[in-house]
Ligand binder design. Structure first.
Ligand code: ADP
Length: 500
């Protein structure tokens, strides 16, 4: 009889819920995915229905077991990874959410951030490692308490619970027995002191949030509790939780100081492992906690590109130059040097290291010779240039010179983009065999905690390289290209300067 055992990862993302079952070698043995509704009540507002988050996540887990023929008795542990910062508040007794989930992308609380006192903003920076923004959970919690009838009163009476998505899933998986989160998710609430590892009283005060709302915080690899038998058909330990980007860093086995992964999705998210060094960036990068097991906290520098793969979606849906994202590569191959055209896709301002919310996109260097192929190539290259800007900032802030860059995410499948990334960075770019680093990270955390894997040495041995991209560009060419890109960025920024 087959007595193979497995680990289940629940990967709750912004647009879909997924379940992946892994074996001991880190192979994918079952995978199911379901999209769920995006709710846009007003321009700039984004919500999800918490019950749909839960039902979609539960159904993919159940289907994944049924379709792969791997029953709950063969699953040794469950790991959770999730969209970060998204805020859910529910009634402790009934389990009913008092409002929809307010999603990380939602800008409705920007005014709360603008109204922060300067000394409070500075306090946030040095306590949480974050740059105050509506993106993080704190102002979203405040908004629900201030705007949902009766919520503030109930919260004061200790009748409500807050959670990021991991906490909401854990609470439902355990039928309301466990209200907890992990450090990586806590570090994105803008309420957690990442140096002393505790909810910060002054921050709770600033945002008027009663402490009774908040979950217990544990390391990412931890026995959080058993799933209720009625949920997955057996009691299974939930033994790993990490926010999606930290889970990907773990799944990529970037355990050493200076190791970096970049995920090329809709946006790009880059994390550099700093181990036990808490460093505040000079260039507007965030400092955040990494996933781990012990009591010693680990830190990472994080930077994101707002418009990554989304620029390719724009070529497809807005410009209608391509029919599928992967076609971008076929067209781009026909262009050698973009005809010296640069495209800066600053559709919604520019993030790190420039931080200008009024900057807008631009196309520069057009001549009569520019073709559709050049235009597409310039758009693809913009993803690599933006990534390079963040990486250079990270190297400066950390004082560490990078050896290579580990990549994953949908657009990392594009060979031309990966080659150009290597060329423009003058670093090796390494794409692992398994691009599902996020789910794999959650599985590894849970599996190591229950002893399914013996430790990080064993999972490192699972890692296989899909392809390495080695720099082919000359030093002169690289310098010329980077200079062109910087000129183009200045155009995008000066467009904002002259705004009336
Ligand atoms: P997310 O998790 O943010 O939804 P994914 O990791 O699924 O993103 O990646 C999807 C993104 O990657 C889309 O923005 C898409 O345009 C882009 N993408 C997918 N395949 C390619 C490709 N071959 N070349 C360039 N971009 C791609």
């Amino acid at each position: 009889m087959d007595d193979k055992h497995y680990i289940m990862a629940l990967d709750q993302g912004t647009t879909s819920s997924r379940c992946i079952i892994f074996d001991k070698k880190g192979n994918i043995c079952g995978m199911q995915q379901k999209e769920f509704s995006q709710i846009y009540p007003q321009p700039g507002w984004v919500e999800h229905n918490p019950k749909e988050i839960w039902s979609s996540q539960l159904s993919v887990a159940v289907e994944c077991m049924a379709l792969s023929g791997i029953g709950p008795e063969k699953i040794d542990a469950v790991g959770i990874t999730n969209q970060r910062e998204t805020c859910i508040i529910w009634d402790k007794e009934t389990g009913e959410p008092v409002y929809n989930a307010i999603v990380w992308q939602c800008r409705r609380t920007a005014n709360i951030i603008e109204g922060l006192k300067k000394e409070d903003a500075e306090y946030i920076r040095k306590t949480t490692g974050l740059i105050p923004d509506a993106y993080f959970s704190a102002t979203k919690i405040k908004w629900i308490l201030d705007n949902v009838e009766g919520a503030a009163q109930k919260a004061k009476e200790g009748r409500l619970l807050f959670g990021t998505v991991d906490t909401w899933l854990l609470w439902n998986l355990t039928k309301g027995r466990v209200h907890a989160t992990d450090r990586t998710n806590a570090s994105r609430t803008m309420l957690y002191d990442i140096v002393n590892l505790k909810w910060d009283e002054r921050l709770l005060d600033i945002f008027g949030i009663p402490k009774s709302l908040l979950p217990e915080v544990y390391p990412s690899g931890h026995n959080f509790g058993m799933t209720d038998e009625s949920v997955l058909g057996a009691q299974i330990p939930v033994a790993g939780i990490a926010g999606d980007q930290q889970a990907a860093l773990f799944g990529q086995c970037c355990f050493d100081a200076g190791e970096v992964k970049n995920t090329y999705g809709t946006g790009c998210f880059m994390l550099m492992n700093m181990k036990n060094r808490f460093v505040l960036s000079e260039s507007g990068l965030l400092t955040t906690l990494t996933a781990g097991f012990d009591d010693e906290p680990g830190y990472a520098l994080e930077g994101s590109v707002f418009v990554g793969g989304a620029a390719i979606q724009w070529l497809r849906d807005g410009m209608r130059m391509i029919k599928t994202a992967s076609q971008s590569e076929e067209y781009a191959k026909e262009s050698k040097d973009c005809n010296d055209v640069y495209i800066v896709p600053a559709f919604a301002g520019m993030g790190a290291p420039f931080w200008n919310s009024r900057a807008r996109g631009c196309v520069v260097g057009l001549t009569r010779g520019c073709t559709k192929e050049d235009f597409i190539r310039a758009t693809l290259e913009s993803i690599a240039y933006q990534t390079a800007d963040i990486l250079f900032a990270m190297e400066k802030d950390s004082g560490i010179s990078l050896k290579n860059l580990w990549v994953d995410g949908g657009a990392a499948a594009n060979d031309l983009l990966m080659q150009f990334q290597s060329d423009i960075l003058d670093k090796e770019v390494v794409r692992p065999g398994c691009l599902e680093s996020t789910a794999l990270g959650a599985a590894y955390l849970a599996g190591i905690t229950v002893g399914f894997w013996s430790g990080i040495e064993e999972i490192k041995a699972n890692k296989n390289v899909g392809r390495r991209f080695v720099t082919q560009m000359s030093q002169e060419e690289r310098a010329k290209r980077l200079k062109g890109w910087r000129r183009a960025v200045r155009c995008a920024l000066s467009w904002a300067d002259d705004e009336e």
